[in-house]
Write a protein that binds this ligand. Structure first.
Ligand code: SF4
Ligand code: SF4
Ligand code: SF4
Length: 301
């Protein structure tokens, strides 16, 4: 697990990483191996980072890589199906590539993956929480991308059989059912149904989300406690065994709803029941998308 040290956050990427990314992007674009390279560039505020789409090798100087580069860029690959694309990924983001390949949404041969070794991303760049890592980084079992063509950082052998600690989930599990319901209701009631969480999630790529369907109407469109609870419960189940823990949903939520906590709880149950964690490879079928006749989970009937 990764820890921030005092007020000094562990530096995310080794020095020289930005030059390596720019050189690789230039090489890929000049050789026509990719038509677009997706990475990060500095935002207009001069502090944060935002996604960058580079089509011309003369533009690679825009690319940056530092502690502000926390977004998961993999969702953008869904807009570039069938088109050769280069992309920068952190280890958690690389898991999204695996599961999108497994779900036949993208093709491995269309993508050139620049993977970066990662030591954890700060919660924010505004200086107030620079010493605090993102929620999911505390639970991270990876520091090496699980799939890549070019690696930035020192490669190392991951220890086997390391499982997420789920410390935050365990704290919630200690509460009574009533307390847990109250905890989530309080959070869900604040949801404004902006769907930013859905927009950034690599697992939410349905052409029509259940929440937008009027016939049948699965969930009412008003922001009310019962509808909000339904939205969050169904979305969490749709991500069961598929969420790769990138924290992108929680990061964009304008209401600071602890979405990763909910997704981690489901991930913990999927691990317990199926011994499965999403995106560690591109071949293993998602447990909730498969069925074995002999399966007996001893839950319910
Ligand atoms: S549910 Fe959130 S943490 Fe999980 S894959 Fe989607 S955006 Fe990432
Ligand atoms: S919440 Fe469910 S239906 Fe909606 S986009 Fe995500 S996976 Fe699809
Ligand atoms: S981003 Fe936050 S406020 Fe918006 S729909 Fe998702 S949980 Fe609700």
């Amino acid at each position: 697990m990764v820890e921030a040290v005092g007020n000094e956050t562990v530096q995310l990427f080794e020095s020289g990483a930005v030059e390596q990314i720019r050189d690789k992007a230039r090489e890929l674009l000049d050789s026509d191996k990719v038509k677009c390279f997706i990475g990060y560039e500095r935002s207009s505020d001069g502090i944060n980072a935002r996604p960058a789409f580079i089509y011309d090798s003369e533009e690679v100087g825009r690319l940056v890589i530092d502690n502000a580069c926390s977004h998961n860029l993999v969702k953008y690959l869904l807009n570039r199906k069938g088109q050769p694309t280069g992309i920068v990924v952190k280890p958690c983001d690389s898991r999204a590539i695996n599961f999108l390949i497994a779900e036949k949404q993208i093709q491995r041969e269309d993508i050139f993956i620049v993977g970066v070794v990662c030591n954890g991303v700060p919660q924010s760049q505004d200086g107030k929480e620079a010493d605090k890592l993102k929620t999911t980084c505390h639970n991270c079992i990876l520091h090496m991308p699980v799939i890549y063509d070019f690696l930035i950082g020192e490669p190392y052998e991951a220890e086997e059989n390391i499982l997420p600690a789920y410390d935050d989930v365990k704290k919630i599990e200690e509460k009574s059912v009533t307390e847990r319901l109250e905890f989530w209701q309080t959070h869900f009631e604040r949801c404004i149904r902006c769907y930013a969480c859905r927009a950034v999630c690599p697992g939410c790529y349905c052409t029509q989300c259940f929440v937008d369907s009027l016939d049948p109407e699965w969930v009412g469109i008003r922001t009310a406690p019962s509808e909000n609870r339904m939205w969050h419960t169904i979305r969490a189940f749709h991500l069961a065994g598929r969420c790769i823990g990138c924290n992108a949903c929680e990061q964009v939520c304008p209401m600071n709803i602890p979405l990763s906590l909910l997704n981690q709880k489901i991930g913990k149950e999927v691990l317990r029941l199926f011994d499965f964690q999403a995106g560690l490879d591109a071949e293993t079928a998602m447990p909730l998308a498969t069925f074995k006749r002999e399966e007996n989970l001893e839950v319910g009937e």
